[in-house]
Ligand binder design. Structure first.
Ligand SMILES: Nc1ncnc2c1ncn2[C@@H]1O[C@H](COP(=O)(O)OP(=O)(O)O)[C@@H](O)[C@H]1O
Ligand SMILES: Cc1ncsc1CCOP(=O)(O)O
Ligand SMILES: [Mg+2]
Length: 262
């Protein structure tokens, strides 16, 4: 594992243009989070332009949070374009186990081999076809319960899978890492998982995929810890979190990251 600061500084140096097909709930906070971190987000999802944009962006994220049939098609088109151009792309399978429409789309997107899948434990379990207690967008299973599912998905896609929660778990099918940064208040502000997917999408444009994903999770979780220290609840946490993402230096990250690898 390289120091997480290398990934952060590489990302900030390039300020990568990241196309995000994300949900209505997440659009604003995800764009603000990515800008605070140093990336250049663009929320682009029209069927007529999504694949063209995926050919010019440095990275793509696809989040199935608020679906309709047309959006589903544009997600597939954009992911296919990213695959054709060798552009790294991240899948966020929000509530993928909830309905037949989500399950079917999840399988179509999996077939396009996401570079990284980032979801909570219930979503990773559902995407892998395992039993889950999750129904909506929030996790109802612990991260450990999804480790085997994450491993299976990584092997199936050849990519990296990140399961987030109290202690995040990352695997590429061979290596594993755990990231202990974060604060429980992060589950009480909507779309912070979706915004993290955007940050992962930015980090993986400028370094090795596994190391960059782990670094993105540590950076994000540590910023959450910093913001939680000075705030009283979800309302004040959100602006403090943006400030912490913006202010974090490389040495701050290397000092505060709690990463273990096997
Ligand atoms: N119980 C927890 N303690 C500390 N950090 C957490 C906890 N649950 C989630 N997080 C952090 O919140 C962020 C969003 O993850 P998560 O809540 O799993 O995503 P989602 O919103 O998609 O369900 C991640 O940085 C994760 O590490
Ligand atoms: C509440 C909600 N409903 C559809 S998408 C969405 C946001 C989910 O965000 P996150 O997965 O980051 O909690
Ligand atoms: Mg989520």
């Amino acid at each position: 594992m390289t120091d997480p600061s290398r990934s952060l500084l590489a990302m900030r140096t390039t300020a990568p243009l990241i196309q995000n097909i994300t949900n209505y709930v997440a659009m604003n906070i995800a764009a603000n989070v990515m800008l605070a971190g140093g990336a250049s987000p663009a929320m682009v999802h029209a069927k007529e332009e999504a694949s063209e944009f995926a050919g010019l962006a440095q990275g793509l994220t696809v989040n199935i949070g608020t679906l309709d049939a047309e959006w589903a098609e544009c997600m597939v088109l954009a992911a296919r374009a990213a695959q054709d151009h060798g552009t790294p792309w991240v899948l966020d399978p929000v509530a993928v186990g909830a309905t037949g429409m989500r399950r079917a789309l999840g399988q179509r997107l999996l077939a396009l081999k996401p570079t990284v899948i980032r979801g909570n434990a219930s979503e990773i379990l559902a995407l892998a076809g395992a039993d889950t207690r999750g129904r909506g967008a929030d996790a109802a299973d612990g991260v450990e319960a999804a480790e085997q599912a994450a491993h299976a998905l990584a092997t199936q896609t050849g990519g990296v899978v990140a399961v987030t929660g109290a202690i995040d778990f990352v695997t590429d099918g061979t290596r594993t890492a755990r990231v202990a940064n974060g604060d429980p208040i992060m589950t009480r502000v909507t779309a912070l998982g979706c915004a993290l997917t955007g940050v992962v999408g930015a980090f993986i444009t400028s370094g090795p995929i596994f190391d960059s994903t782990v670094a993105a999770l540590a950076y994000y979780g540590l910023a959450g810890e910093v913001a939680a220290k000075t705030t009283q609840g979800p309302g004040s946490f959100q602006p403090a979190f943006l400030d912490a993402l913006y202010a974090m230096t490389g040495p701050d990250l290397d000092e505060g990251a709690r990463i273990s690898t096997t």
